[in-house]
Design a protein around this ligand. Structure first.
Ligand code: ZN
Length: 142
């Protein structure tokens, strides 16, 4: 059961706001107060300037698939009921790359596919941000 896997998640203090946000169905990205850069995953210092003045801002949760792989043989027994599933690198509109699942039929996933964040409430404590294809995205203005 995937519940057993997420029960092993023990956030460090600098990761706690991310997981609290996910539980509230908000995708939070860490922002450096010194240089303004965003980063994910949460770290104890900024990966750009090493400042520890970090806070969190909410992402709109929209992005495109940068790359992906389809997992046919899950590496852990707890994940086998979900196979085949898609593990993707998603480039969020805010400029941050995020690793997660893209739900739905893996055959529908392609590089450049627009996706939007969704949230899987796995336990009372742990919610996983995942992505779903945006089938009819609004046209972007040139
Ligand atoms: Zn910085």
């Amino acid at each position: 059961m995937i519940e057993l896997l997420v029960n092993g998640i023990r956030p460090e203090p600098h990761e706690r706001p991310f997981w609290d946000g996910a539980r509230d169905h908000r995708l939070l990205l860490q922002r450096c107060a010194a240089c303004g850069q965003l980063q994910h995953y949460p770290r104890s210092v900024c990966r750009h300037c090493l400042s520890d003045a970090l806070d969190f801002v909410e992402s709109a949760g929209n992005g495109v698939v940068y790359s992906f792989t389809v997992i046919h043989r899950a590496p852990l027994q707890e994940l086998r009921p979900f196979a085949p599933y898609t593990l993707a690198l998603v480039d969020l509109d805010e400029g941050v790359r995020f690793t997660s699942d893209v739900l739905g039929d893996p055959a529908d996933v392609r590089v450049g596919l627009p996706v939007a964040v969704d949230f899987l409430d796995v336990t009372d404590e742990v919610t996983l941000p995942v992505f779903r294809p945006v089938l009819d995205p609004p046209r972007r203005q040139p």
